[in-house]
Design a protein around this ligand. Structure first.
Ligand code: ATP
Ligand code: MG
Length: 335
């Protein structure tokens, strides 16, 4: 294996672009799906406002960032003044209210890093997670959505990578693999590093948008309509990009030293982040910096065993795209 060595993709790689694009199209949520989603949110808003007239509901996650597929859940954040109460008490009360209003399978999950109420909407089949005051998630959802508007290849690449990760069982944080959010950050970083660049670094530009969350400023340039042809000089197809993405994570990323940072638009070092030694459960074996909560490593869920599994999956995917006669089929074979 050559690290950093220059490997070119096969000459006929572009031939697989139409197949990949049709997979991407088939993953997009339908209009019916979206309208059921808004119905669910409307009835949720009604239930909540009866009890807490001053609370606000925000949609976040893939249903709001445009990275959603027909398999995505609905992520909702309740913005509310909790006064002297606790988040857990509030979630338990919320669960009670939702049960009374006939939502199905309502469950308060209070032991997670981000405590939530989870419910299933039987009518639509949606699973819905509700968290309290997690406004960083609302801010990073907007950032992702703004990046998606700059170059269409981001949405294509991220949807295909997420689909692949789900089928290959490497999208399960409770088992030590990566979240969908982490994969989207990996795709953004990758496109910021192409030559010529496909995406800019919005946080390095003059801010036009600022949101203050827990005393920290989430600021960046959000007038993305001005950047609609930013990536035009780069002509790489989705097939080339997908292969190069897997190739990068299989052979070029330096897992010992590198941290990917969409905030800086480049690779930074574990040393400068002080992510070189294990602290508690944070091992920093694969480092993905959160754009706003910069002390937060999205790769911290990964351990010695799962990093091996994830890297083998990157290698498998790169090899299939490079050598298989029918890569679109083999690549997505369920694990
Ligand atoms: P899917 O389509 O699979 O539901 P998703 O884009 O909704 O994917 P999730 O991983 O479910 O992604 O995360 C939902 C949102 O929660 C993300 O967009 C992000 O705002 C936030 N989030 C998720 N995981 C983290 C994390 N570890 N740290 C900070 N924010 C996170
Ligand atoms: Mg989600």
């Amino acid at each position: 294996k050559m690290r950093g060595g220059w490997v070119e993709c096969r000459g006929d790689m572009d031939a697989f672009a139409p197949g990949l694009l049709s997979i991407y199209e088939s993953l997009k949520p339908s209009e019916e799906h979206k309208s059921k989603q808004s119905q669910l949110i409307d009835s949720l808003a009604k239930s909540v406002s009866k009890e807490w007239p001053n609370a606000r509901l925000h949609l976040y996650g893939s249903c709001a960032s445009s990275f959603g597929t027909s398999h995505s859940d609905v992520d909702v954040c309740l913005e509310i003044d909790i006064g002297t109460g606790s988040v857990v008490e509030l979630l338990l009360r919320l669960a009670e209210i939702l049960r009374t209003d006939n939502f199905d399978d309502v469950e308060a999950i209070t032991s997670a890093r981000v405590p939530i109420v989870r419910m299933l909407d039987a009518g639509s089949g949606f699973s819905c997670d509700i968290c309290i005051n997690n406004l960083f998630a609302v801010a990073n959802t907007k950032l992702l959505k703004d990046y998606a508007q700059i170059d269409g290849r981001l949405l294509q690449l991220a949807s295909i990578v997420k689909h692949w990760a789900k089928l290959r069982a490497v999208n399960e944080t409770y088992r030590g693999t990566l979240s969908s959010y982490a994969y989207v950050l990996m795709c953004i970083s990758f496109l910021q590093l192409r030559e010529p660049k496909i995406l800019p670094c919005l946080q390095a530009m003059e801010p036009t948008y600022t949101m203050v969350v827990d005393d920290s400023e989430c600021a960046y340039f959000d007038e993305v309509h001005q950047l609609h042809d930013f990536g035009a000089e780069n002509k790489e197809s989705i097939a080339e990009l997908l292969w190069a993405f897997f190739h990068y994570w299989a052979f070029q990323h330096d897992y010992r030293k590198d941290v990917i940072s969409i905030r800086m638009g480049k690779i930074i070092s574990k040393k400068e982040k002080n992510w070189t030694t294990r602290v508690g459960n944070d091992r920093h074996l694969m480092c993905i910096e959160d754009p706003f909560e910069t002390g937060h490593d999205l790769g911290r869920v990964v351990d010695r065993q799962t990093i091996r599994i994830i890297r083998e999956e990157f290698e498998r995917a790169a090899a299939i795209l490079q050598h298989s006669d029918d890569p679109c089929d083999t690549l997505f074979q369920p694990y």
